[in-house]
Design a protein around this ligand. Structure first.
Ligand SMILES: [Fe+2]
Length: 233
């Protein structure tokens, strides 16, 4: 099916409905990994070690904000379009909206609990942060799986590639410039070292690939080691 270009009224190839949604699976893989590791990272911080609670708390705040922004993009750019173009999908969109609301409520609680723990590094404050992260992981994993199963097939036939790409652009715009390379490093964790350059060539602009090779990979490795205590694979 071909839609009409809104400004010209002429059919446009770029507006043909149908898009490749596989990039979202890569982002989901990143969030699954980050939110699987997060509660353990918090529980490993020793009582009173505020230097460490600051490092891990900043990491948690960053992934919480990344997830929140990712969901905002879907709320703004995906749900209404799907509801109007694929009415059979409306019930699934309703489910997605309510899951996003559940995740957002937990993320808001983390926004409050993390700074308290960062200042105190008290075991009871850490336990509260870790318990919230456990809950996020549980709710999030159900949500991501259902989004892949119920939403992506409808999105891949209802949205144009340009519309789908707006999601990625919205996501990128929310990342501070000095954290772009670190985010790319976490995205690349979805792939084996051998698959990474193939994926980069297909998905990352040449200039960003060059910058990642020049300094980004080292910036990511140093951040990763500070958070995880080991070098990335
Ligand atoms: Fe979502």
């Amino acid at each position: 099916m071909v839609t009409r270009h809104s400004s010209t009224g002429n059919p446009s190839l770029s507006e043909a409905r149908g898009c490749d949604t596989s990039g979202l699976i890569v982002i989901h893989t990143m969030f699954r990994r980050l939110f699987t590791d997060a509660p353990r990272l918090v529980r490993e911080v020793a009582s009173g070690d505020t230097e460490r609670s600051k490092v891990i708390g900043n990491h948690i705040a960053e992934i919480v904000s990344g997830l929140h922004h990712h969901h905002q993009g879907e709320d703004l750019l995906l749900w209404d379009r799907l509801e109007s173009r694929s009415p059979a999908c409306a019930i699934h969109v309703k489910l997605m909206r309510s899951q996003h609301a559940s995740v957002a409520a937990l993320l808001e609680q983390l926004d409050t609990a993390v700074p308290v723990w960062q200042r105190s590094a008290a075991p009871e404050d850490g336990a509260q942060v870790a318990a919230l992260l456990d809950e996020v992981r549980t709710v999030l994993f159900v949500h991501l799986g259902q989004e892949e199963e119920l939403i992506l097939p409808a999105a891949s036939t209802s949205l144009s590639q340009r519309e789908w790409d707006e999601l990625g652009e919205y996501g990128m715009a929310g990342i501070p410039k000095n954290r772009l390379m670190i985010n790319l490093g976490f995205v690349l964790e979805a792939f084996s070292p051998e698959e990474r350059s193939t994926w980069m060539k297909a998905n990352v602009p040449g200039i960003a690939r060059a910058l990642y090779g020049l300094f980004g990979r080292r910036q990511y490795a140093s951040h990763y080691r500070r958070v995880y205590g080991t070098m990335p694979s």
